[in-house]
Design a binder for this molecule. Structure first.
Ligand SMILES: C[S@@+](CC[C@H](N)C(=O)[O-])C[C@H]1O[C@@H](n2cnc3c(N)ncnc32)[C@H](O)[C@@H]1O
Length: 379
């Protein structure tokens, strides 16, 4: 119907993402391949917080969809495109890079929307649509919002296919950071010590049994293990009482106007105050929220929020990203934290992130503790 999709497999062209040249085959093997499995789509479809937020955003704001044209960027199973169709869209273009598009097409047909929803297999960057759209809907958020860098593709779609009067679903996004406590810090430290203890046994045995001294590899092995156990951020669903100080916003995004350049990195200088009595500062937790507000000219009738903040009642498949300190630091209520946060894309893989976090702690007495600076990897 006037639209073309390039199959991904075998297409060795390179694309540019945020200034990085990306080999599409490598990207497919490293990133897209898991999205081709139904079990993975099902994990997202089972996330009630995610599902309820998008469902309510669409059906509480039918005026954005009724009789309109919609583009679903990365339709996966087709769920968001189907909802847009059920909410009265005249036409929905549902673009998916992987073979999941075949399941999406079947699902659309089984729900009698084949005359409205057109599933297109291909990368959104390569697809040509026959018209511009009123709404772009997409679930593009990765861990700590920006991991996966899928939002680049949504921005590309917006710049090419959204009418000047169009709206973005979601319309806004924010990243948050807060001090936290967790036993994970001790566990990771002990796992690291165990791995290094095991290495030294291995060195002895290799020398005794096979006559080769491998101790020259101790330094690189130790660096590798340190990165794995102590510097890689962790997925966790925290209880709110593990957040021991005020949370601060480190990035705000207006999905209608943001550029890829704006999301290549995140830089923030924030302060936080310890709110728990005597406790251990074990690290920092990062999470995000997105909002469905429509646009200034065409606002939502009902604003919807999707939050991945620590909650007693709900959890999401995104959880929170935890950046642990080794060793933890004793802090008390009223201590002030000045935190510098920076996040950049990994040079090896534009979908992964590297974080630098430094912090200065001023106790209520006025005494300054030794500042620290740590590097982390969001893998
Ligand atoms: C997080 S999933 C969301 C799937 C579905 N929209 C949902 O909400 O359940 C993102 C989907 O976007 C697809 N995707 C990511 N980047 C894409 C691109 N550049 N072009 C087309 N599809 C893409 C992935 O293959 C994946 O199926």
């Amino acid at each position: 119907m006037g639209s073309t999709g390039n199959g991904f497999a075998g297409d060795r062209a390179a694309t540019i993402s945020g200034g990085t040249v990306v080999d599409k085959d490598v990207d497919f093997a490293n990133y897209f391949c898991t999205y081709g499995f139904l079990y993975h789509q099902k994990e997202m479809l089972c996330d009630r917080v995610r599902m309820d937020s998008y469902y309510n955003a669409v059906f509480d704001n039918k005026h954005h969809f009724d009789g309109k044209t919609v583009l679903d960027v990365g339709t996966g199973s087709g769920i968001l495109a189907i909802w847009a169709g059920q909410a009265g869209a005249r036409k929905v273009y549902a673009v998916e890079a992987t073979k999941m598009s075949e399941h999406a097409r079947e699902l659309v047909k089984a729900n009698n929307l084949q005359d409205v929803v057109e599933v297109i297999e291909g990368s959104i960057e390569d697809v040509t649509l026959p018209e511009k759209v009123d709404v772009i809907i997409s679930e593009w958020m990765g861990y700590f919002l920006l991991r996966e860098s899928m939002f680049d593709s949504v921005i590309c779609a917006r710049d090419r296919w959204l009418k000047p009067t169009g709206v973005m679903y979601p319309s806004n996004a924010r990243m948050w950071l807060a001090p936290m406590r967790s036993r994970l810090a001790d566990q990771k430290m002990s796992d690291h010590e165990g791995a290094m203890g095991d290495w030294f046994c291995f060195l002895d045995e290799t020398k005794t049994n096979y006559g080769v001294d491998m101790s020259v590899l101790t330094k690189p092995f130790s660096e590798e293990q340190k990165k794995y156990y102590l510097q890689t951020s962790l997925w966790n669903n925290l209880h709110p009482n593990q957040v021991v100080g005020t949370a601060a916003i480190i990035k705000e995004i207006d999905c209608l106007t943001v550029t890829v350049n704006d999301i290549l990195n995140v830089r923030a200088s924030i302060s936080s105050s310890i709110s728990a009595e005597e406790t251990r500062l074990c690290g920092f937790a990062g999470w995000f929220d997105v909002h469905f507000r429509g646009s200034k000219e065409n606002p939502a009738q009902q604003e919807i929020e999707l939050t991945t903040a620590p909650s007693e009642d709900y959890s999401t498949h995104w959880g929170q990203q935890v950046f642990l300190l080794h060793p933890p630091i004793s802090v008390s209520k009223g201590d002030d934290l000045n935190i510098n946060f920076s996040m950049d894309r990994s040079k090896q893989n534009h979908r992964l992130m590297e974080v630098e976090l430094s912090c200065e702690i001023k106790q209520t007495s006025g005494k300054l503790l030794l500042p620290f600076r740590n590097k982390f990897y969001i893998e």
